[in-house]
Design a protein around this ligand. Sequence first.
Ligand SMILES: Cc1cc2nc3c(=O)[nH]c(=O)nc-3n(C[C@H](O)[C@H](O)[C@H](O)COP(=O)(O)OP(=O)(O)OC[C@H]3O[C@@H](n4cnc5c(N)ncnc54)[C@H](O)[C@@H]3O)c2cc1C
Length: 412
Amino acid sequence: MNRLLILGAGTAGTMAANHLAKALDHDWSITVVDRDVDHHYQPGYLFVPFWMDPDRVVKDRRDFLPGRATFRQEAVRLVHPGRRQVELESGDLLDYDWLVIASGAVPRPDLVPGMADGSLWREAVHEFYTHEGATALRAALARFDSGRLLVHVSEMPIKCPVAPLEFAFLAEDHYRRRRIRHQVDITYVTPLDGAFTKPVASAELGGLLEDRSIRLAADFAVERIDDERRRLVAYDGRELPFDLLVTVPPHTGQQFVVDSGLGDDAGFVPVDKHTLRSREHERIFVLGDASDIPTSKAGSVAHFATELFVDNFLAAVEGRPLPNSFDGHANCFVESGRGQALLLDFNYDTQPLKGAFPVPIAGPMRLLTPSRANHLGKLAFEQLYWKVLLPGHRLPVTAHLSMAGKKPAEEH
Ligand SMILES: Cc1cc2nc3c(=O)[nH]c(=O)nc-3n(C[C@H](O)[C@H](O)[C@H](O)COP(=O)(O)OP(=O)(O)OC[C@H]3O[C@@H](n4cnc5c(N)ncnc54)[C@H](O)[C@@H]3O)c2cc1C
């Protein structure tokens, strides 16, 4: 019996388990470990502060795992790659022949002085990257009707790097609809030199911030929060006063990755960015946010990468060369308020460009342009996630980035 062990039953771990359950013979055992049974649809956290019921984003993860997999509910403490064993919190050891690490990334508000340990945490300093945080922010946002709102990114990388921009656009829309927009001063604060990482998207999204009268504070490397004076303080001495701060804390990999000596400085596992195979341990693959690949930490990336990973995995166990090369493909909707959204489609080498998606000219989605169809696509994605992506069904969208329908950068 060959033993496959998957650590983490979130987006990537569940998709991998389902794909491999179909692809592997019955002389394979599949064990999936997660510390709890609650699978969170994390893109829903964005909407919880505004309108989505917090209960709606959580489902029992066991319902989405393949019948032939064994689910073990316990936290992982250590991986021993030399012995091909994983140690759980209870001290139990699980043997593996092949290991998939899909343990995600963690928001770490404890890494910014004055954030999690400050007197304003969950009072005037909020986040929406956890279920608890998004739910607390929902109440705070309902109460907040005048003053300075900062929407802040601490540092990169973070999950879904467009989510804080979406939050700023939705907050703007929220106050506009309540007819008190003039009472709320909104600033988007980022460590980047513009609204987003890539030039064409940054210009487009920066234009949208301007259009919505949302200020931009760029190149802001946060040092601490001064809780007493309600100020966000940067290393270069700049200070931004706030009445409500919505921050995205720094992210790291999981502690067991660090403790096992598998992580880089931030706890992400170094892998070959085209095969997702660990650089150091050939029987370990890393899917989703847990790896160090230089593309967005996003469910779409986990989805495209996992589809390509399956054939690579089958080749690896048979000692054949790996046939597929992942290109860093990411596909992200960006809510822009007013019932519209933009769509970004990019990879390691090609920045987000304008055009139509998935069909050239016809779309119906528009790249880098706000449209109603994009917004409806974002809302429909929730059902697609639970019913199509997690169970491992394939979508009629290529895992590799397609240039069909995209306008070259020089024409923007
Ligand atoms: C606010 C927000 C909005 C987002 N919006 C989008 C979007 O619009 N589009 C998009 O594509 N992506 C979006 N994302 C990102 C997306 O949710 C993640 O990239 C995706 O879930 C990553 O999948 P993963 O499997 O790597 O990690 P996760 O889904 O986080 O799963 C990791 C799993 O590992 C388990 N685990 C961790 N440590 C241990 C341990 N020690 N022992 C046992 N189990 C452990 C966890 O319990 C968890 O179940 C968003 C994320 C956030 C926070």
